[in-house]
Design a protein around this ligand. Structure first.
Ligand SMILES: Cc1ncc(C[n+]2csc(CCOP(=O)(O)OP(=O)(O)O)c2C)c(N)n1
Length: 318
């Protein structure tokens, strides 16, 4: 495994902190919010370090972080949670399922899980025809891996040797259905059937996830085709903020909480001497303040009026 440099290891930590703070702030305000408690390492590991021109089809659980990692404005993204006019879409779609295309992000346009894997294959084909070395990265849940789209997308990607990386954000649940009732085998093992490498990675280790994704991206850029990565983690919270998740055992939840990805990485940063306890505390406070301020701004922004909701992006202007 190629160790990411010090700057990357710190940036990965910041993106995980952002994920946790978004869960704190949005989770308190919106019962429909799909929190990513326990899954921060997959999100940060996948979305940090893409190049300009790369296409990204994120899982919805991590969509805002993907947009932030690609340079999106946090206040405008949060304004998109309840349709404010200042949001990227001027209130037309929810920013936690769709991100602005100008950031190179493919959203869940229809709300259906699965098609984005095929869109990512299409983006990878376009990238290859463009000849500038760009790749596509698609992230999806274990439940989504049961959709036909998964099989069609990975088959096409393998046959055409497309520059695309597929990452399963495997939190072991699809709403209340546990993995063992979703799949007869391991998702990573399917890669062999398509004829592409399959890599299983500890989804609670942000460095391991990032290294695996970056290695697969480098392989794709060299023209060697797609990779399937299975990042094994656990959804510590409910499916959405209002879900008490009574279908799980407390023992499982506690065992995974003990492997909290942020605490694990923090301990490593301390042990490596990259940051000390005071610097870590400052970083946490900065990220919390940034999210609080962006949320305050977003919630005080105006709602769109009829003049903002025209059909100018549907019909050509005369
Ligand atoms: C095609 C399709 N079927 C069902 C749904 C309803 N749905 C929304 S979230 C979800 C769970 C998806 O599970 P998974 O892919 O594992 O992602 P997770 O929520 O665990 O992150 C389902 C079934 C949907 N959005 N699209």
């Amino acid at each position: 495994m190629n160790q990411p440099d010090a700057g990357t290891r710190i940036a990965l930590h910041r993106l995980m902190l952002l994920t946790r703070e978004l869960d704190r702030v949005i989770g308190a305000a919106d019962g429909h919010w799909h929190a990513a408690l326990g899954e921060e390492a997959v999100i940060a590991g996948c979305y940090h370090g893409l190049r300009e021109g790369d296409a990204l089809a994120p899982h919805y659980r991590g969509m805002l972080q993907a947009a932030c990692a690609r340079g999106g404005d946090l206040a405008r993204l949060l304004a998109g949670l309840d349709g404010r006019v200042t949001s990227y879409s001027r209130g037309r779609y929810r920013s936690d399922v769709c991100s602005p295309i100008e950031l190179g992000i493919i959203g869940l346009y229809s709300g259906a899980l699965g098609p984005t894997l095929e869109y990512a294959a299409g983006a990878a084909l376009a990238a290859r025809l463009d000849g500038k070395g760009a790749v596509a990265v698609a992230v999806f849940g274990d439940g989504t891996a049961s959709r036909g789209n998964f099989h069609e997308a990975l088959n096409l990607a393998a046959v055409l040797k497309l520059p695309v990386v597929y990452v399963c954000q495997n939190n072991q649940f699809a709403i209340s259905t546990p993995s063992q009732r979703e799949h007869g085998g391991r998702i990573v093992d399917r890669a062999a059937g398509f004829g592409m490498p399959g890599v299983e990675v500890d989804g609670n280790d942000v460095v391991a996830v990032h290294a695996a994704v970056q290695e697969a991206i480098a392989r794709a850029r060299r023209g060697e085709g797609p990779t399937l990565i299975d990042a094994l983690t656990y959804r510590v919270g409910g499916h959405m903020a209002s879900d008490p998740a009574a279908y799980r055992t407390d023992a499982d939840v506690q065992a995974w909480k003990a492997r909290d990805p942020i605490a694990l990485h923090e301990a490593r940063l301390l042990a490596e001497g990259l940051l000390d306890a005071a610097q870590l505390a400052v970083m946490s406070a900065e990220v919390a303040a940034e999210v609080d301020a962006a949320m305050r701004k977003a919630q005080s922004d105006p709602m769109p009026g009829p003049e903002d909701l025209g059909l100018d992006e549907v019909f050509a202007k005369a």
